[in-house]
Design a protein around this ligand. Structure first.
Ligand code: ADE
Length: 256
């Protein structure tokens, strides 16, 4: 899987690329990340990449020429032109199904904006997929690009030690519920005991407990996710009303 990051601040990514899961994925040759400084495509002697908005107003707008020409040049590097993503608060909001769709591409170009936004002709000419990571405004697309790389890389085969380990993640698998509560040693801490079933060795009962816990957590924290499910995805329940409400969250010790 290859990512091309098009940004005015390539240094922002250095620390992130050199750590943890992503570092190992790059070292193993599973992921390749290339950085491209949009400023190298600036055309005037001052290397300017932004300008004042026509019609006035605060801030600066990213200019059309350096951005379009940077994207075109980067695409020419490889026979696969890649899938172009523009990071913007005006884009479609990122969720796990969108991450899964992105992971089907072999090459993704992530175009990071700054300032007040992109000259509208960048959108018209390049026709990118526009993605937002949430309804809030960041000072640039770089943090959003990192979030996308992080989420997509987890789905690249071989990146997580255990091929199945992302299918239990929150929002993943067929049902897209929140993940069940997890425990590790010690078995009891400050009087809080891990559910004995998890230490029973009975895999069927453990699976059942986890499914129920996952459903209860989703119900109490993110009922909107249950509303998105098709009726036949309510395991053990044929209707929304039959879903057990589960105890109120405040009544439970942490982790339940
Ligand atoms: N750039 C600024 N804010 C953003 C957001 N919420 N998502 C993606 N890119 C952005």
């Amino acid at each position: 899987m290859r990512f091309d990051l098009l940004t005015l601040f390539p240094e922002i990514f250095q620390g992130y690329l050199a750590e943890s899961l992503l570092k190992r994925a790059i070292e193993a040759g599973l992921v390749d990340v290339q950085l491209h400084d949009i400023r190298h495509w600036a055309q005037d002697k001052h290397h300017s990449v932004d300008d004042r908005p026509f019609g006035g107003g605060p801030g600066m707008v990213l200019k059309v020429e350096p951005v379009v020409e940077c994207v075109e040049a980067v695409r020419r590097h490889d026979p696969d032109p890649g899938h172009l993503v523009m990071l913007t608060p005006q884009g479609r909001r990122l969720d796990q199904p969108a991450v899964e769709r992105l992971a089907e591409h072999h090459r993704i170009l992530l175009l990071c904006g700054r300032y007040e936004g992109f000259d509208e002709r960048i959108r018209v000419i390049l026709q990118p997929e526009e993605i937002s990571i949430g309804d809030f405004v960041l000072s640039g697309g770089e943090v959003a690009a990192m979030a996308i790389i992080d989420a997509v890389v987890r789905l690249v085969p071989g990146v997580l030690g255990d091929e199945l380990s992302s299918s239990d993640d929150s929002f993943s698998g067929e049902q897209r519920l929140l993940e069940f509560a997890q425990y590790t040693r010690p078995r009891v801490y400050r009087g809080l005991e891990a559910p004995p079933v998890l230490l029973s060795g009975n895999h069927q009962q453990i699976a059942r407990w986890r499914e129920e816990n996952s459903r209860e957590r989703t119900h109490s924290r993110r009922a909107d996710l249950l509303d998105k499910q098709l009726p036949d995805q309510h395991v053990g329940n044929n209707s929304r009303e039959a879903t057990p409400p589960g105890p109120p969250r405040e009544a439970l010790p942490p982790g339940y």
